[in-house]
Design a protein around this ligand. Structure first.
Ligand SMILES: NC(=O)c1ccc[n+]([C@@H]2O[C@H](COP(=O)([O-])OP(=O)(O)OC[C@H]3O[C@@H](n4cnc5c(N)ncnc54)[C@H](O)[C@@H]3O)[C@@H](O)[C@H]2O)c1
Length: 433
């Protein structure tokens, strides 16, 4: 294929070298004259392992060249990759000026083109940019999106320092577009990539890079805070984190990564508090570790707000223990929500088959009758009676029997755990999805 690349910085230069190595012809476009000159003399525009050789080889094979003439580049290519910078504004917002300028240029060029053209956003952009880019191209070309051209969001995951290796072996390739023809063209382009190709909604493709990088930053500061506490205690932090990373079931895994209800139970709140108190006693500032509980409380507040917004007062809570299949109510986050709602004058009735059972057999009796006597009076032994009475149903754990709730059209379900079967209910509200 013949590909044009707008922006010959880190992403554009690496993309140019790697695509040429796969046998494609690449035309680079940049507003910086020195970058155009460097490519045209077979030199990379960046300092990066292996890139000098890739660019020199591709140049010798006449597979690459660069120009300032954006029209010529678009008219002679099938796909245009946008790799221009997306810096922050002074106030911290995303500055998309370069992206929109490039969209205008591509639009002007497409006015003169009669064949289908794919525009690929490689730069890191927030949700909504794909749509806005398409609108700008439509305006300047007079063409119609998804018929004459299409925009594909295809975020770049490379890291500087290992950019060529990362480009060649990405963890995955993410594609989002409203046009299936463009997706097929991109799948063909990436067919030799040795990693999964995920076709997702455009907004998912646009947002994922921000989620990735925010998480990577969180990993760095988490490890550094743990390391700093370890150092004060005379414990080898690298050994602690080596062992931490060996747990592929709970630590380095998808577990705990589904947006859902707040954490609770007998261990997480207690042990987090102990580590934070230890750091405090060592006169250490660990703001990330400290903020975890605060974030959890804010999440609980969102649940209370959602229930308040219904303006209903008869609230049925399904699930009292901190997760399905247990009767353990120690630090169950739903308990604080129930207490909050009761304090605001709501009438609450609760159903949890495990808690009801343990109350009957006396196992959890003291917790319920002594520590939570007010909850005892709200507990119902029958799911049916709560369903028949409540105006709002708050589903707080994933007990199987909650999948098949039969509700009337004016009952509202607030799902804190995402039970897919419930999503088809008429008045369904997911907590954070
Ligand atoms: N650098 C990374 O490691 C990395 C990794 C993944 C994604 N990204 C994202 O990719 C994008 C590009 O990053 P980068 O580090 O390669 O940026 P960069 O600043 O190194 O390169 C951007 C290039 O775009 C050129 N440019 C600006 N306006 C232009 C226009 N109208 N026409 C043609 N060229 C134009 C600039 O002259 C510059 O050479 C950003 O959105 C960035 O967030 C970067």
């Amino acid at each position: 294929m013949i590909i044009s690349i707008f922006g010959l910085g880190y992403v554009g230069c690496v993309g140019m070298g790697c695509m040429a190595q796969s046998g494609h012809t690449v035309i680079g476009v940049d507003v910086a004259p020195e970058k155009v000159e460097r490519i045209n003399s077979g030199k990379a525009t960046i300092v990066e392992k292996d890139i000098d050789e890739l660019i020199a080889n591709a140049h010798a094979l006449k597979l690459i060249r660069a120009t300032h003439d954006y029209k010529e580049a678009v008219l002679h290519s099938d796909i245009s990759f946008l790799c221009v910078g997306t810096p922050s504004t002074d106030k911290g917002h995303l500055n998309l000026d370069y992206i929109y300028q490039t969209a205008k240029e591509i639009g002007e060029a497409l006015e003169e083109k009669s064949t289908f053209h794919v525009v690929v956003i490689r730069s890191t952009v927030l949700p909504g940019t794909n749509d806005k880019l398409s609108a700008i191209i439509e305006k300047f070309s007079g063409k119609v999106r998804d018929i004459d051209f299409a925009v594909v969001s295809n975020p770049e995951f490379l890291r500087e320092g290992t950019a060529v290796a990362d480009y060649m072996n990405p963890p995955l390739t993410v594609l989002g577009s409203s046009c299936s023809k463009a997706i097929h063209i991109m799948q063909e382009l990436y067919k030799n990539t040795n990693s999964p190709i995920e076709v997702v909604a455009v907004e998912v493709a646009e947002l994922i890079k921000y989620v990735n990088n925010s998480y990577h930053a969180l990993k760095v500061v988490f490890a550094n805070e743990v390391g700093s506490v370890c150092k004060q205690l005379g414990v080898d932090s690298h050994e602690v984190m080596r062992i931490f990373c060996m747990d592929k079931q709970l630590n380095i895994s998808p577990y705990y990564f589904k947006p859902g209800f707040a954490y609770g139970g007998s261990c997480l709140p207690k042990d987090l508090k102990a580590l934070n108190t230890l750091a405090h006693d060592l006169y250490m500032e660990t703001p990330v570790l400290n903020a975890i509980d605060d974030s959890n409380v804010k999440h609980l507040n969102r649940v209370v707000q959602m229930i308040e917004h219904t303006q209903k007062r008869k609230i049925g809570v399904l699930g009292l223990s901190f997760k399905a299949g247990t009767d353990d109510m120690r630090n169950s986050p739903i308990v604080s929500i129930i207490e909050n709602l009761s304090g605001k004058g709501c009438e609450v009735r609760i159903y949890d088959k495990n808690v009801a059972l343990s109350r009957l057999i006396g196992k959890n009796k003291s917790v319920i009758t002594e520590k939570l006597p007010h909850l005892n009076s709200m507990l119902q032994d029958s799911l049916h009676s709560v369903l028949a009475w409540a105006e709002v149903l708050v589903v707080a754990n994933k007990e199987d029997e909650f999948k098949t709730l039969v509700l009337s059209d004016n009952q509202i379900v607030i799902d804190l755990v995402r039970i897919p079967e419930l999503e088809k209910q008429k008045n369904y509200k997911g907590l954070c999805w």
